[in-house]
Design a protein around this ligand. Structure first.
Ligand code: SAM
Length: 204
């Protein structure tokens, strides 16, 4: 049965619209990491029938919701959910498609330990076709940009719940990404003090 996450409901139009702008015409396979309910996949797959959208989740309890969205996507290009844990050493070897043109990750790296971000970047470096894009959406910090009060408060709240969580610095993510031949390509401000941060694969 389809679940609805209010945050996904709020941001799915902007995610879809920015993806339509930044993803090149030639892209086909879009791998989503931490798909949650499946709302983003359904929304984006409908908007771009030539994409094959591959939703993945570490939490198998979300599979029924993702599958329900897939069944209700008339364009037929939202694939069945797959289990994927980015802290698994070789996740990129076990997930479909074999190579991706785009990897999308929405609202995950601030509510997981740094190890999850690092694992995502390591696998993305191997999984993306050369020139492929890794697209993060979520709240970030930047070293030379004042953090919004709402994001400071959110960061404090996250760290109170788990000191390993918290907003990531774009610069730290970029430094780790560069170890996997992923170069920072774009930083796009989006509503509610979130960012879309895009990396491009130089090919391993
Ligand atoms: C706040 S939810 C965001 C879900 C969805 N992207 C959205 O925006 O609605 C964070 C997600 O990260 C997933 N997650 C946590 N640890 C993960 C890991 N190690 N590998 C993959 N996904 C993970 C959770 O299962 C959860 O679905």
């Amino acid at each position: 049965m389809k679940q609805v996450a209010p945050a996904a409901q709020r941001n799915m139009d902007i995610v879809r619209d920015r993806l339509l702008e930044i993803v090149p015409e030639t892209a086909r396979d879009v791998l989503e990491i931490s798909a949650g309910t499946g709302q983003h996949g359904a929304h984006c797959a409908r908007a771009m029938p030539r994409w094959r959208w591959w939703p993945t989740e570490v939490d198998r309890e979300m599979f029924a919701s993702i599958a329900a969205y897939a069944a209700d996507t008339p364009s037929g290009n939202l694939m069945q959910p797959q289990e994927l844990d980015v802290t698994d050493e070789a996740w990129e070897a076990g997930s479909q498609p074999h190579r991706a043109d785009v990897i999308v990750n929405i609202n995950m790296i601030h509510i997981t330990p740094w190890q999850a971000c690092a694992g995502l970047l390591r696998g993305a470096g191997r999984k993306l076709n050369p020139g492929g894009l890794l697209v993060f959406y979520g709240p970030f910090r930047q070293r030379h940009v004042q953090t919004a009060d709402s994001n400071e408060a959110f960061d404090d709240w996250l760290k109170t719940r788990d000191p390993a969580h918290g907003l990531r610095f774009v610069e730290d993510v970029a430094a780790e990404a560069s170890r996997h031949k992923l170069s920072l390509s774009e930083i796009l401000p989006v509503p509610a003090n979130n960012l879309i941060v895009v990396f491009r694969s130089e090919g391993l």
